[in-house]
Design a protein around this ligand. Sequence first.
Ligand code: GRF
Length: 202
Amino acid sequence: MSRRLAVLISGRGSNLQSIIDAISARRLDATLRVVVSNRAGAAGLDRARAAGVEALHLSPKPHADRDSYDVALAELLRARDIDLVCLAGFMRLLGQPMLQAFRDRILNIHPSLLPSFPGLEAQRQALEYGVAVSGATVHFVTDGLDDGPIVSQAAVPVRADDSVESLASRILSEEHRIYPEAIQLVLDGGWELRGRRFVRQS
Ligand code: GRF
């Protein structure tokens, strides 16, 4: 049976779109069951609806703290039998209720070669630091910020004339390529976590 994905977003949802497109092109064997945004106006919600996918705004406002929000989120996802949760520009840290409900079943995409440049504006951080190579990382979500075992990475050379925008745009193309591939790898199974290492059995 096709595995059930949830994608969590906060904004434009271009990575969400790459997942939708990979599923339609049968490059990703999964069903996108629900898209959840913590922000009402997220453009990604429209992308989900246009693809016929349930799109929900789960507002943090009625929740006194992060745990209470996470309990509601975990319930929503459990009610839909979600196998794998994919963060795609979701601008909130997940706490224990989500991490325990979906242990080793939450992925994130980050626009740098982790562990370099975690946090916000990773592309600006890389450019200003002066690295020659940056990139994108898909990793499991743990309680550390942009921490957790790495599933896949792609390198993107920094050019002398790069702006934050031009570098971010080339990194984004790689994000769109590696995220659906990494999701498929994880869904395929035949891997284990050895400490921090994502190891595929041959
Ligand atoms: C991406 O750069 C992703 O790596 C980061 O947030 C951005 C989200 O972009 N976590 P989009 O909403 O997928 O277009």
